[in-house]
Design a protein around this ligand. Structure first.
Ligand code: NCD
Length: 344
């Protein structure tokens, strides 16, 4: 697999492989000096056309902990403002000699388009309503860490599913690992068609709360809405928010509460609830770094060979020379074991 554009590209085997390798990088992250030299000589660029706090910092930290050089491109302070196209911008960045582009854009499909032009590895860090594959990986890792397994677990994804790339990636990843997913939202916040989605649907959070192992809350993504889809935020909170009373019921049933961030306290989750011990939001952010280390290692390091042969499907994107192999033919000569044992 040359690029990571869609979580489905990994298949269940590919997801399992990332999660297995993440364990090693969790161990590295716990060291006094949490660094290994696996990607020394590689350059990873964050190409962010849309705002981000955790995803950008997380990829940047992951690349640095693997010894890679990093660069950050932020659209707001770039020559895009002077009329330069995305294609010329990408070519300009690549001319400096880079190996991976971590791309976020407000429009679905931009990372895939960049992958067609690019000679580097492209990793989708969130595109429009479409996909956010590394968020799904860190969510799977967090559920495993807290609950042991996803197999047979019941997960409710609650809220603005219509505009959520996180929901689309999570539904695929969770079900590939054996979980049962219920989408909980008013009809206006669901996609127009759920054909092909392996989910059940409920319009009543109170009906599902006592029956699920994970309650995964989403933000109302108002910047992606073009019309009013709920009567008011207060009304939304009353029917779909994790209020104190609902959180008590979820907690009594042993449910884990998750949220990809950024949270709007007081809207989808009561302010006080967000800090309870069964809320895994901080774990999700913490796990984001080793998960992204695993992804970068598999795509740029010596793991790239294993990864391309063991993941169950491919994105279908090919290198400029027509091969399926990464543009850089010389992976750093250390295995996964030595990658984490070589120390600082
Ligand atoms: C999400 C995103 O940007 O897709 N946040 C994240 O990356 N952790 C979710 C959101 O914006 O609500």
């Amino acid at each position: 697999m040359r690029h990571l554009l869609d979580i489905a590209d990994l298949g269940a085997d590919g997801i399992e492989e990332v999660l297995r390798l993440t364990d090693s990088f969790v161990e590295v992250s716990a060291r006094d000096i949490p660094k290994v030299p696996t990607l020394r000589g590689k350059t990873v660029v964050s190409v962010f056309f849309e705002d981000s706090t955790r995803t950008r910092l997380s990829f940047d930290t992951a690349a640095k902990r693997l010894g890679a050089d990093t660069m950050t491109f932020t659209a707001g302070s770039s020559s895009l403002k002077k009329g330069e196209s995305i294609r010329d911008t990408v070519q300009t960045i690549e001319a400096m000699g880079v190996h991976a582009l971590v791309v976020r854009h407000a429009s679905s499909g931009v990372p895939a388009q960049i992958a067609r032009w690019s000679t580097s590895v492209v990793i989708n860090a969130g595109d429009g309503w479409h996909q956010h594959p590394t968020q799904a990986l860190l969510d799977c890792y967090t559920i495993r860490q807290r609950l042991g397994s996803l197999d047979g677990r019941r997960v409710a994804i609650v809220g603005d599913i219509k505009h959520s790339r996180v929901a689309r990636s999570d539904v695929t990843a969770f079900t590939l690992l054996g979980a049962e997913v219920t989408l909980v939202a008013p009809p206006t916040l669901l996609p127009p068609s759920l054909e092909g989605w392996p989910v059940s649907v409920s319009h009543h959070l109170d009906d599902v709360l006592g029956e699920v192992d994970v309650v995964y809350l989403l933000r109302m993504q108002r910047e992606r809405m073009t019309e009013a889809l709920v009567p008011s935020l207060r009304e939304y909170t009353a029917t779909f928010g994790l209020t104190t009373e609902r959180a008590d019921r979820a907690e009594a049933g042993g449910a884990l509460i998750m949220h990809p961030g950024p949270m709007n306290r007081g809207v989808e989750i009561a302010a006080e609830v967000a800090d309870r011990p069964n809320v895994a939001v901080v774990d999700q952010v913490r796990n984001g770094v080793p998960v992204r280390m695993a992804v970068l290692f598999l795509m740029l390091g010596s793991g790239s060979e294993t990864f391309s042969s063991s993941s169950s499907s491919s994105s279908g994107d090919r290198a400029a020379d027509g091969s399926d192999e990464p543009g850089d033919p010389e992976p750093v000569p250390v295995g996964a074991g030595s990658a984490v044992e070589e120390g600082r």
